[in-house]
Design a protein around this ligand. Structure first.
Ligand SMILES: [Zn+2]
Length: 319
């Protein structure tokens, strides 16, 4: 038999299968099952996990273009988490590196996309001081035209002000303003708490780990995807800010969109996180029995969400 390039492990629990393979003397079986968790598999899938890669899934590609091309298909399936987990079971090869890269690409793409509505909104607000774009150009040259660009892309980290007198461009950092930092990051806390608690339940509690019999990488995979909700909340906050600035009639400040965001979007994403982890346990990892784990996990993650929100909001409040 040819030497294996990687260690043959059970895709679900990670149990090393080399012992069983070494015991084969003159024939190799086609199918087998894991002595540790009981998962049935075809041996060729254990030897060559890439065989079953999903053609639509961003985690199963190495190239940047592949990640971009597979993003719509991946996101579409994630809308209904049980649909996603039905395809991405324990057998699907795990590549946390590809998943992390996908998350970064998604964050950058979404950020650039949301820079358009936020940039337009910010300009709508600031054109009071600068007049028109051509006025900005006449007074400060090309540096003047960079200002709306920096505002759109940079918020809440970096912004720019143009000084007509010295025709200079000056950078400032909104994030150092405690009120702005709070409004940008506080909406992330409850969703972060939910993901954190679910991941800890699956990774740290010895009873759940023993019962679930899944290797840690499965939990990391779920946690990384769950983190996407944080990116979404952060960028939707920018979108609603932009829309509010856009639709405002100065000096009136409207917060119509910000209110919808806080009251509708965040609770909906919270519900999604619960469904996502619940589906992971039932459909993806096929933990049995799973009723108690799901009930306790969901309750704990809701409590975690509130606690993390209060703790982090307090800490950020001190700044
Ligand atoms: Zn196993």
């Amino acid at each position: 038999m040819t030497k294996l390039t990687h260690q043959p492990i059970c895709p679900k629990c990670g149990y090393d299968q080399s012992g069983i393979i070494d015991s084969w003397v003159d024939s190799c079986p086609i199918n087998g099952s894991c002595a540790e968790c009981g998962l049935g598999f075809a041996w060729r899938d254990v030897f060559d996990p890439v065989r079953n890669d999903l053609h639509w899934y961003a985690e199963h590609t190495q190239s940047l273009w592949g990640i971009i091309a597979r993003t719509p298909g991946t996101l579409m399936r994630l809308v209904l988490p049980w649909y996603y987990w039905r395809s991405v079971g324990v057998e699907a090869r795990i590549s946390l590196r590809a998943l992390a890269m996908w998350l970064i690409v998604l964050a950058i793409g979404l950020h650039l996309l949301m820079s358009i509505p936020y940039g337009i909104g910010a300009w709508h607000d600031q054109s009071r001081y600068y007049g028109s774009l051509s006025n900005l150009y006449q007074n400060a040259g090309i540096k003047g035209l960079i200002q709306p660009l920096i505002e759109g892309i940079g918020w809440p980290f970096v912004g720019a002000r143009v000084d007509f007198i010295g025709s200079s461009l000056r950078l400032y950092f909104p994030i150092t303003n405690a009120r702005i930092a709070r409004s940008a990051f506080t909406p992330l806390f409850p969703l972060f708490g939910m993901t954190l608690v679910w991941a800890l339940i699956m990774l740290v509690l010895p009873t759940t780990r023993r019962r679930a019999k899944i290797r840690a990488a499965h939990v990391y995979r779920a946690a990384l995807i769950s983190v996407f909700t944080l990116v979404l909340v952060f960028e939707m906050h920018r979108l609603t800010l932009g829309l509010d600035l856009w639709t405002a009639t100065p000096p009136m400040i409207s917060n119509t969109w910000a209110r919808r965001f806080g009251g509708v979007v965040i609770p909906l994403l919270g519900l999604w996180v619960l469904l996502f982890w619940g589906s992971a346990v039932i459909v993806g990892w096929r933990v049995r029995p799973c009723g108690l784990l799901i009930v306790l996990g969901s309750i704990a993650s809701l409590i975690g969400s509130v606690s993390v929100f209060f703790v982090l909001s307090t800490i950020i409040g001190w700044l």
